[in-house]
Write a protein that binds this ligand. Structure first.
Ligand SMILES: [Zn+2]
Ligand SMILES: [Zn+2]
Length: 136
């Protein structure tokens, strides 16, 4: 059983071939991928099916979507226990978006009474390692 199949079963869902294929791509990616980038890595995959699988992954908490500077949604695997608070790094140079699972964010303390925090997201922008090493 591969990692993707395992994650889907853990979530109490049925690991269909298309779900496993899409989740596998996300699991092996180092940065968040757009719909087109994911489609490029799949053979004979219907683009509408891909939208459906991605929505399903996001709804089930297995993946999450991040909006890039180009307003395109990018998808990334959600690591266990980081779902509700983690940081994203957007590279100003190449436009790639990375999940920084190791960065811990403290929920804000000054929340008005009767407001419940369900998720906290931190967006950092700058230059990624790839772009940094390419500059002369
Ligand atoms: Zn970059
Ligand atoms: Zn993320």
């Amino acid at each position: 059983m591969n990692e993707a199949e395992h994650l889907i079963l853990d979530a109490g869902q049925r690991p269909t071939a298309s779900r496993v294929a899409v989740l596998n791509i996300l699991a092996n990616a180092s940065n968040a991928l757009t719909h087109t980038e994911i489609l490029d890595q799949l053979d004979n995959f219907d683009r509408v099916t891909l939208y459906r699988v991605l929505d399903w992954l996001v709804d089930g908490g297995l993946a999450h979507a991040i909006m890039g500077q180009d307003r395109a949604r990018r998808f990334q695997l959600t690591q266990k226990n980081t779902a509700h608070q983690h940081a994203h790094f957007k590279c100003n140079q190449c436009g790639k978006v990375y999940c920084l699972d190791g960065v811990h964010i403290k929920p804000p303390q000054q929340i008005p009474k009767h407001f419940t925090v369900e998720s906290v997201e931190l967006n950092i922008s700058g230059r990624c390692a790839d772009c940094d090493s390419h500059k002369s």
